[in-house]
Write a protein that binds this ligand. Structure first.
Ligand SMILES: Nc1ncnc2c1ncn2[C@@H]1O[C@H](COP(=O)(O)OP(=O)(O)OP(=O)(O)O)[C@@H](O)[C@H]1O
Length: 621
């Protein structure tokens, strides 16, 4: 017998699970059944596609066996099984980085943490909530030897040779004080109904059934085996046979969580391609959404046979929050990721699925606005990501995304913004940046306020990049307020004269700022501020340049900003009249530096800025 230590993280995890999941100890059963079901899926798949497995017997079933007297529960499956090496690596280490994330995300709040557990797949170890010690006897399909893994779930485990007549895995749970409540057939049946009713394989329970014997006038116990789950692939049934609770139950068993989904969309496609999709939108965005190694939650089945978890290929990345099932009639069973990537069936299912999800969302936006708000609170940003990559669905995405604006409380749609457009208004305007309060008080908005024009406030960090590529909403132009092209929309006839008046000043300022600016112009977009920074249409804004550099784009050409000056502003008018002196020079620099600051761009030389400011203060105090 060989004794081995758990990887440190496993011990840590075991402790955390026991503490954070104590309020739901029954989930150990769901976790073990789902492992058995995965093991059966894997073996079924191999017997269908791999020659050396084709001859193996395959009698898929999961057996729970209860020894009430000794408080022992056995869970046996006829699945793929594990050999010695598998036992060490699967039950002794934490191989996946997801689990490490799990460890770092635990909050100590039992309910929250128990939801995390399913997301990161720490399933097996939950058995130690209810066990003093656990034995796992397993034999891998195609191999002769069987192995026994035993542990008390504290620091170490042991492995030794064992006997098992057929391939598969048996988990023997020696129930502890907490676990004794599960040495009860009624309890076990309830838990299986609740969590594992739709597992595709039959689950049997063997127990001592008490029956009333009329002749002897007493109840007698008979060893009985009964099937205790429905074992139907629920998604293959027609919608009108299914109740909301059926969908919710399946969702919970798919995700390993306790929360209900926000919505679900169940579709059966018939025609040149046949497939069923059942997509769920989780009510809370999955926690790993913005991590590089996020897990997608769409499972692929072919003719009810499980093929793979995490079928990333079937939905675009921005829909990675969607959970559910795709079951195809047309794909080959031995389909691999490589084959999938260039498969025509995949392409059609994928584009139809995206269309379906987006059109259902549109429906909800129109008919259940309150529910839709919940969706937006979690997923608005993901839809924006879609704008960036999914050109085919851009129009629909623009309809679905919600925006902050200078004229609406909360979030508003582009359709509503369009309805509010003023007569003669040529475009829909927006301002981008990182802090909402900075944006709402930006000098760039002054003229819009004066002209009573609505401006969208795009304060999400991805907005800058996403909306730089979105030029139109239907036939209306979308324009950033800090782009030079916008000023065509804002010009009044009277203003060209003013620009003429300050021409000499513009030249002067340009001479002073030299190669720090691309140009110095008269502004039509300012009301209360003396200056602002704008960019040409084809150039990234100052903020975007900063972001690109931060993301590692070192060879970005240094693009210079254009400074705009407000001809109506008192400071500017005074400067027009002022001779060329040191004060005028300081003023020119200060007009430039303050515009940069308001744009959120750090100054190159703050010390000089402060000296100039102090010289000016000195003149006025
Ligand atoms: N009954 C079983 N038959 C075969 N292999 C198993 C069985 N139970 C567990 N394993 C193996 O042990 C691994 C670890 O199981 P564990 O429940 O801890 O996580 P998981 O099932 O991979 O994650 P998740 O809970 O997210 O599905 C499994 O991935 C599987 O390889």
């Amino acid at each position: 017998m060989s004794k081995r230590e758990f990887q440190t993280e496993v011990s840590q995890l075991l402790q955390l699970i026991i503490h954070s999941l104590y309020s739901h100890p029954e989930i150990f059963l769901r976790e073990l059944i789902s492992n058995s079901s995965d093991a059966l899926d894997k073996l079924r798949h191999l017997t269908l596609v791999e020659d050396q497995y084709k001859a193996l017997p395959f009698d898929p079933r999961i057996d729970l066996e209860l020894d009430e007297e000794n408080k022992i529960l056995r869970i046996a499956d006829t699945g793929i099984g594990m050999n010695e090496e598998d036992l060490v690596s699967h039950l002794g280490t934490i191989a996946r980085s997801g689990t490490k994330n799990f460890l770092s995300q635990l909050s100590g709040d039992a309910k929250k943490d128990s939801n995390l557990i399913g997301q990161f797949g720490v399933g097996f170890y939950s058995v130690f909530m209810v066990a003093d010690h656990v034995e796992v006897i397993s034999r891998k399909a195609g191999e002769d030897k069987a192995w026994r893994w035993t542990s008390d779930g504290k620091t170490s485990f042991e492995i030794e040779p064992a006997e098992r007549p057929v391939a598969g895995t048996t988990v023997i749970i020696h129930l502890n004080e907490e676990g004794k409540q599960y040495a009860n057939s009624w309890q076990l049946k309830e838990i299986v109904k609740k969590y594992s009713n739709h597992i595709a394989f039959p689950i049997f329970l063997t127990y001592d059934k008490s029956e009333w014997n009329e002749a002897d006038k007493k109840s007698v116990k008979t060893r009985t085996t009964e099937q205790i789950n429905a074992a139907s692939a629920l998604w293959r049934r027609s919608k009108n046979e299914l109740k909301d609770d059926d969908y919710k139950e399946l969702y919970k068993s798919l995700t390993g969580g306790f929360e209900d989904p926000l919505f679900w969309f169940h579709t059966k496609a018939e025609g040149s391609l046949e497939y069923t999709t059942l997509f769920y939108i989780p009510s809370k965005a999955p926690l790993d959404l913005f991590q590089a190694e996020y897990k997608t939650g769409v499972k692929l089945y072919v003719k009810r046979v499980f093929i793979m978890d995490d079928a990333k290929e079937f939905l675009p990345q921005y829909l990675r929050f969607v959970r559910g099932i795709i079951d195809s009639e047309d794909l080959p069973l031995n389909v691999s990721r490589e084959i999938l990537q260039q498969n025509r069936v995949l392409t059609s299912i994928r584009s139809a699925s995206v269309k379906k999800i987006l059109s259902e969302l549109k429906n909800i936006a129109e008919n259940q606005p309150e529910q839709y708000q919940k969706f937006i609170a979690e997923y608005n940003r993901l839809l924006k990501e879609g704008l960036y990559g999914d050109f085919a669905n851009r129009e629909t995405l623009l309809e679905l995304i919600r925006f902050k604006s200078t004229k609406a409380e909360g979030m508003t749609s582009l359709a509503d913004v369009k309805a509010r457009m003023k007569e003669g208004q040529k475009s829909i305007y927006y301002i981008t940046g990182s802090a909402e309060s900075l944006l709402r008080t930006s000098p760039l908005l002054e003229i819009y306020r004066k002209k009573d024009l609505e401006v969208l406030v795009l304060d999400d960090e991805i907005d800058e990049i996403v909306f730089a590529n979105v030029e139109k909403y239907g036939d209306i132009d979308l324009k950033s307020v800090n782009k030079t092209s916008t000023d065509g929309d804002l010009k009044d006839e009277s203003e060209s004269g003013k620009a003429e008046e300050i021409k000499p000043l513009l030249e002067k300022v340009k001479g002073i700022l030299g190669d720090r600016v691309k140009d110095v112009r008269a502004s039509v977009r300012l009301a209360d501020s003396p200056s602002c920074i704008v960019s040409d249409d084809e150039e990234p804004s100052m903020k975007m340049q900063q972001m690109l550099r931060a993301m590692g784009q070192k060879d970005l050409p240094a693009l210079k900003p254009t400074l705009e000056i407000n001809p109506d502003h008192e400071i500017v008018r005074k400067l027009v009249a002022r001779p060329d002196d040191a004060v005028a020079e300081d003023a020119a620099w200060l007009l430039f530096d303050q515009a940069l600051l308001l744009e959120g761009v750090p100054l190159q030389d703050p010390a000089t800025f402060v000296q100039r400011l102090n010289r000016m203060l000195n003149l006025s105090v």
